[in-house]
Design a protein around this ligand. Sequence first.
Ligand code: NAD
Ligand code: MG
Length: 400
Amino acid sequence: MQRLAILGSTGSIGTSTLDVAARHPDRFRVFALTAHQRIDRLFEQCLAFLPEIAVVGDAHGAAELEQKLRAARLNTEVAYGPQALSAVASSSGCDAVVAAIVGGAGLASSLAAARAGKKILLANKEALVMSGALFMRTVAQHGATLLPLDSEHNAIFQCLSTGSCRGTGVERLILTASGGPFLQRELDTLDGVTPEQACKHPNWVMGRKISVDSATMMNKGLETIEARWLFDMPPERIEVLIHPQSVIHSMVAYADQSVLAQLGNPDMRTPIAHAMAYPQRVDSGVAPLDLTRMANLSFHTPDLARFPCLRLGLQVLRDGCTASVTLNAANEIAVDAFLHEKLRFTDIARLVERTLDRLPPLAGSATLEDILAADELARATARQFIAQLPTIRQAAGAVH
Ligand code: NAD
Ligand code: MG
């Protein structure tokens, strides 16, 4: 019986994780659930899964949840705030931590799980983008087990004979990308894209932030950085390939030119179930893949002019150290502003590039203090740039 702490349980990944857990009550028990704001949803999850503890964002939310739980005669303990998240992630009450908070907000609790030597099921790619070397060191030092939930990385993990690429004859990692909703859209119409259009992914249903990241392809930039750390792979041996059907979730090319791929319907419950049951296999609830309908699988290299965020992600992959912290922080600010209609879709890349230009990366390896300072500075700088957007657009030669 594995006791799970699901951080970010009300999100897209959190909900899919609970769906898989509910199929196997003999294997998984829910120790903790956490949500930032959606108290109603968290309460429903508490009713269904009876966790020992539930964590919310603030005192107000905690009082609201507490009242609902007591009215329903549930004795789930309620806590709130970032420290409670880290406490849950490192508690002796859980064996595995599902790190499914979105953004840099998930860094502290993911690291806490690593320090406590937990089995970590990592969806929160931003944590690894921000702290890659430090995170992997912490995992190794404390005997934690890191299993990727991101579908591409989970696919690569499945195609590797050991968790790492060193000394195993691996030549290249090939990350596939759907290209998102704007793969074919006229370039000069991207300025007018709305948040709803950007969040309407052709193949996956996901949270709003990662949906925008998929539309800009920043997501694939973040994922190349994620792969670099997860699999200890030199940046120049990680490739991105557009594969609009999202059936092959990624590939590993070996020295003898064998290419191993993992296939499946685009449903996150497959990688989630894989990581939850690893090294065994269990039913995920996903429909079987119908290979007779796979006659038109296609692949091509991405157009970096169409996807400047991917270009920036690949640049940062090579620059290393705090460059990826800056990229991630500026992107979080830009995506949030876009979702609140304070920024155009095409401004996201502009804002991130400006912030990267303004804040050169530290040399060497970053401490946690360096990372947190770089994160804060990049967020503040990106916010300032939002106020100066008309000038920035002009300088970039934008029409409007
Ligand atoms: P989501 O927006 O649907 O859910 C995010 C969860 O995080 C929610 O439970 C929310 O309450 C919580 N949260 C948000 N801000 C928080 C904060 N400041 N403090 C504490 N909790 C907070 O997001 P998602 O799509 O489930 O994605 C979660 C993570 O998984 C992201 O890092 C994303 O990149 C990664 N991921 C998602 C998918 C997918 O299919 N959705 C696929 C691969 C990777
Ligand atoms: Mg992915």
